[in-house]
Design a protein around this ligand. Structure first.
Ligand SMILES: [Zn+2]
Length: 492
């Protein structure tokens, strides 16, 4: 996994703790009604449970009958041939000639060991098979799909058994048309604990709807169902912020609309003197993105309030932007203390080397496009346990004769725990494209300078130390003979 600034956060997992959910879907899935009932693909599961439980009940009954079904109940019986001796005086059986040893032995319970044992054995084998199956595939693997679908509101997140079993059955196309409809309808509606499109919903139903399109049967018109979902917009701040550093918020945007749909989000701060912020998603991509917003805030203003307006445009050539939702987001901020008290510098040779390794790949130069020269990085060398509690914030300059042709601010959390939880975020601060198009390794005039900066490190989240090193290396340029890939989301 090698990164460049090419929107590496597309598949990001969000941390819980956002502000209020956006509006509920306007109309529910009228085109995709739920047709209940037992389906063909489930018949095997239902039969297995029906026959299995029936067999278990039968075996239990037979075992009980064999052991306790024929008690003496006051009768005197021969303990060998069970002839009724109630009206026969004495201890000798007239049928088989056995002479009992005492009165007690004439009142024994008759045990039928063979049927009782056989039934118990069958029950034990059946139970063992069921347990074996359950351990191999999980208990959920034994449940009919319709039952799993019905239990979805009780399921946890995508890590839980129900959802992963369901995604497995989706991938192997084991669902009937009715079950597909039920699945899509439930996912679009969510449930009382996971309203669309809250983060709980995203972890659960968003995962199901986010499967590859070709998993879903084409005749179901999933696309028009997806248009019922609102976009998810959130603004957050990662930690208490020091007084002496510009505030950096993160705008998070995500939608589930069909491929070909564009999305535009406008964020208007509700205080005087602040400019609206607009981000747009290209029609080709879906998925999440978070944008750093460096913003001037009047001191002691909390919470910050934003009006959010989301627009959508279809794939048709003459399509125009259509307003789909409005909401207000408020973010509580805590501005307090000074940067120097929050983050302490770390000078460490191993960390220096790890950061150098992260940027050793230089830049990629495409022939044209938006930001045709982009920094390549691989932050994995900094993810070792030795770097826990360290934030990396670096200002990267591509220097031509010592003057910056491009500046990129980049930040992430180093250390072990940070690996999967947070990605890298970045902001292009300065860019001279015509000059950058001349970048090369051969004339000796190009360098890359990387400097640790606590104000950038602060943006990456909770850590108490930051990388305070810096280095300058000759620029490594890798040319690609095609236009730069589009940015999936971009800040206008
Ligand atoms: Zn007898």
């Amino acid at each position: 996994m090698e990164n460049s600034e090419v929107d590496a956060q597309a598949a990001l997992h969000w941390l819980p703790g956002g502000t209020g959910p956006p509006a509920h879907p306007r109309r529910l899935l009228a085109s995709v009604p739920y047709t209940g009932g037992v389906s063909g693909s489930d018949l095997g599961y239902w039969l297995m449970w029906l026959l299995g439980l029936g067999l278990l009940g039968l075996c239990t009954a037979v075992t009980w009958w064999g052991l306790f079904g024929d008690r003496a109940r006051g009768r005197r019986r021969c303990p060998r041939c069970w002839y009724d001796l109630s009206h026969t005086p004495g201890m000798t059986c007239p049928e088989c000639g056995l002479t009992a040893t005492g009165e007690r032995s004439l009142h024994k319970t008759r045990r039928r060991w063979v049927p009782a044992g056989a039934a118990a054995l069958v029950a034990a084998l059946g139970s063992a098979w069921t347990i074996e199956q359950a351990q191999q595939g999980g208990w959920v693997s034994l449940l009919p799909t319709t039952l799993i679908l019905g239990c979805l509101p009780m399921a946890g997140s995508a890590d839980g058994g129900l959802i992963s079993e369901l995604t497995g059955r989706m991938a192997s196309k084991q669902l009937t048309e009715g079950q597909w409809r039920a699945l899509i309808g439930r996912s679009i509606k969510g449930d009382w604990r996971a309203r669309p499109v809250t983060e709980r919903w995203q972890e659960k139903y968003g995962v199901l709807l986010g499967r590859r399109r070709n998993v879903f049967p084409p005749e179901l018109d999933l696309d028009s169902a997806l248009l019922d979902l609102p976009a998810w917009v959130d603004v957050r701040i990662r930690r208490p912020w020091p007084k002496d550093t510009p505030l950096c918020l993160e705008l998070a945007v995500r939608d589930w609309w069909p491929s070909g749909t564009s999305c535009r989000v406008q964020l208007t701060p509700k205080w005087n003197g602040a400019e609206p912020i607009t981000v747009t998603r290209s029609p080709a991509r879906r998925g999440a993105r978070r944008f750093p917003i460096i913003i001037n805030v009047p001191s002691a203003l909390s919470p910050l309030r934003f009006d959010v307006s989301v627009q959508r445009r279809g794939p048709e050539p003459d399509a125009s932007w259509e307003a789909v939702q409005r909401q207000t987001i408020s973010v509580a901020i805590e501005v307090n203390g000074e940067l120097a008290d929050m983050l302490r510098p770390v000078r460490d040779e191993k960390l220096d080397q790890a950061v150098m390794d992260a940027f050793a790949h230089g830049v990629v130069k495409w022939t044209s496009g938006r930001s045709p020269v982009r920094v390549r990085f691989d932050h994995r060398p900094t993810l070792g346990i030795a770097f826990n509690d360290i934030a990396i914030g670096a200002s990267i300059e591509l220097l031509y004769d010592g003057a910056p042709a491009r500046r990129l601010d980049i930040w992430w959390l180093a250390g072990e725990a940070a690996a999967g939880r947070r990605g890298v975020n970045w902001l292009v601060v300065h860019e001279d494209v015509p000059l950058l198009m001349q970048a090369n390794e051969t004339d000796g005039r190009w360098q890359m300078r990387v400097r640790g900066d606590p104000a950038l490190a602060l943006r990456s989240g909770p850590a108490s130390r930051y990388w305070a090193g810096q280095f300058t290396i000759p620029l490594v340029v890798q040319s690609r003979n095609r236009p730069a890939p589009p940015r999936d989301w971009r800040l206008e």
